[in-house]
Every structure is written in structure tokens, then in C-alpha cells.
Design a protein around this ligand. Sequence first.
Ligand code: TRP
Length: 74
Amino acid sequence: MKENESNEFFVIKAKENGVNVIGLTRGNETRFHHSEKLDKGEVMLAQFTEHTSAVKVRGKAVIYTRHGEVDTEG
Ligand code: TRP
């Protein structure tokens, strides 16, 4: 398994339509590389990878991680 890769994943559950889950690149340049739109009730499971070091969630959602859960105030 490469550095920054594990089986660990997190869950994002949209609480409204049009929630955006945005992946930001790993490395020197931090930029958006993927935007996924979720509608109310939709769930996305994702990981941090070789390509993704940060995730931004825009809109009303709950994010579940091994460290606990947090909700946006979108
Ligand atoms: N191709 C991306 C990657 O392997 C897919 C991805 C993983 C992603 N985790 C993400 C996209 C989190 C958005 C948010 O890194």
C-alpha cells in the first residue's frame, strides 16, 4: 500500500439537493480536480488518495469519519 493510501473512507450524506463534494489535489499545487453533486439523501463514500489530500463540502450535509461526525451549516 502506498503512502497516503489506506482502506479508510468517509461518508458524506446530503441534507439538501445540490451538495457539492469537491476533491483537492495533493502536492505543491492545491486545486479542485473533481466536483460531485449529491441530491438530498444521497450518500457518497470516499477516500483520501494519492491524488486527493483534501475535500471541501459545499451545502447542507453530514460527514462521518472515524474521528466523528460533523455537519455543515450550509
Ligand atoms: N480520482 C480521485 C482520486 O482517486 C477520486 C476521489 C477520491 C475523489 N477521493 C475523492 C473525488 C474525494 C472527490 C472527493 O483521488
